[in-house]
Write a protein that binds this ligand. Structure first.
Ligand code: MN
Length: 259
C-alpha cells in the first residue's frame, strides 16, 4: 500500500511525525507537507507562483505551498503514481462543525477525493500537542486506514475524524455540528496607539445537538463524519423553485459589445 500524508501544521509538526510512524507498518509512506504552518488556508490552491519541493529525508517532501498544493503536487509531480490513500493530519486542534471550510487539514482530504483517492482528515481536540498527546489519535488513524482500505469509501466521500484528548471511550459516526462564534473579532490598541483586530481570538462554543461531531468528542468518543464535496442544499432547491425567478434582465435587449 502507498499512503500519502500531508497536514496544515507544517512538516515539522509532531502530529504528522507520529502519524507517519503509526501507518508506516501498513506500507510505503510518502510525506508531502507545507514547509511552514498553513492552518486555516482552507482549499486554497497556488496558481500564480511556482512551487518548490525539498526532500528533507527520503520520502519526506517540504513544499512552499498549501495543503491542497501538497496533495496535487504529491500525486501529479512527486509520486508520479496514485496513492492508495491520503491521510491529512494529525491536526493540532479539532476541525468540527462550521469550522470545516476554514481547515487546510480537511481541504487536503477533499483535494484527494477530487482526484478519486480515498482520504480522511485527522484532528486532535486538545490543548496539549506534545508527541505523547498525539499517541491515541495516531492509533485511531491506523485503525481508520485499515478500515478504509478494507471497505473503500462511497464515491465523492471522505471522512473527517476528530479525536478527544487522552484515551477515547469509543468511536461514533456523526454529522457536522453547529459552531457558535462569539466575539469573533477582538479589537485592541498597539504600542503606537493604533487599533488592530484579531480574528478567532474570542470564546468558541457549539450548539449541543445530538449526533454531531462536537457532541461525540465532548463525550470522549472519536467522531467520524462522512463528508462530500457537493455543497448544494437540496431542501432549499425545492423551496427556491417557488420563487419562480424572473429572467426579465433579458427583456431590455443585448448589452453593448466590448470593443
Ligand atoms: Mn492546523
Amino acid at each position: 500500500m502507498l499512503i500519502l500524508l500531508t497536514n496544515d501544521d507544517g512538516i515539522h509538526s509532531a502530529g504528522l511525525r507520529i502519524l507517519a510512524e503509526q501507518v508506516s507498518t501498513l506500507g510505503r509512506v510518502v510525506v508531502v507537507a507545507p514547509d511552514r504552518e498553513r492552518s486555516a488556508v482552507g482549499h486554497a490552491l497556488t496558481l500564480h507562483a511556482p512551487l518548490r519541493a525539498h526532500e528533507h529525508q527520503p520520502d519526506w517532501w517540504a513544499v512552499d505551498g498549501t495543503p491542497t498544493d501538497c496533495v496535487s503536487l504529491g500525486i501529479h509531480g512527486l509520486l508520479k503514481a496514485t496513492p492508495d490513500m491520503v491521510i491529512s493530519g494529525i491536526n493540532r486542534g479539532a476541525n468540527m462543525g462550521d469550522d470545516l471550510t476554514y481547515s487546510g487539514t480537511v481541504a487536503a482530504a477533499m483535494e484527494a477525493t477530487l482526484m478519486g483517492v480515498p482520504a480522511f482528515a485527522m484532528s486532535l481536540d486538545s490543548s496539549d500537542f506534545t508527541a505523547e498527546a498525539f499517541q491515541w489519535a495516531a492509533r485511531v488513524a491506523r485503525t481508520m486506514a485499515v478500515t478504509v482500505c478494507e471497505h473503500g469509501l462511497p464515491a465523492d466521500t471522505f471522512l473527517n475524524v476528530n479525536v478527544p484528548a487522552g484515551r477515547p471511550n469509543g468511536i461514533r459516526l456523526t454529522r457536522q455540528g453547529k459552531r457558535i462564534y462569539e466575539g469573533a473579532v477582538v479589537q485592541k490598541s498597539d504600542p503606537r496607539g493604533n487599533d488592530y483586530y484579531w480574528i478567532g481570538a474570542g470564546e468558541l462554543s457549539f450548539q449541543d445537538l445530538d449526533g454531531t461531531d462536537f457532541n461525540a468528542v465532548e463525550a470522549g468518543d472519536v467522531s467520524v463524519t462522512p463528508l462530500h464535496l457537493d455543497l448544494t442544499n437540496y431542501a432549499a432547491l425545492e423551496r427556491l423553485r417557488q420563487w419562480q425567478m424572473s429572467a426579465d434582465f433579458l427583456a431590455d435587449g443585448d448589452v453593448e459589445a466590448d470593443e
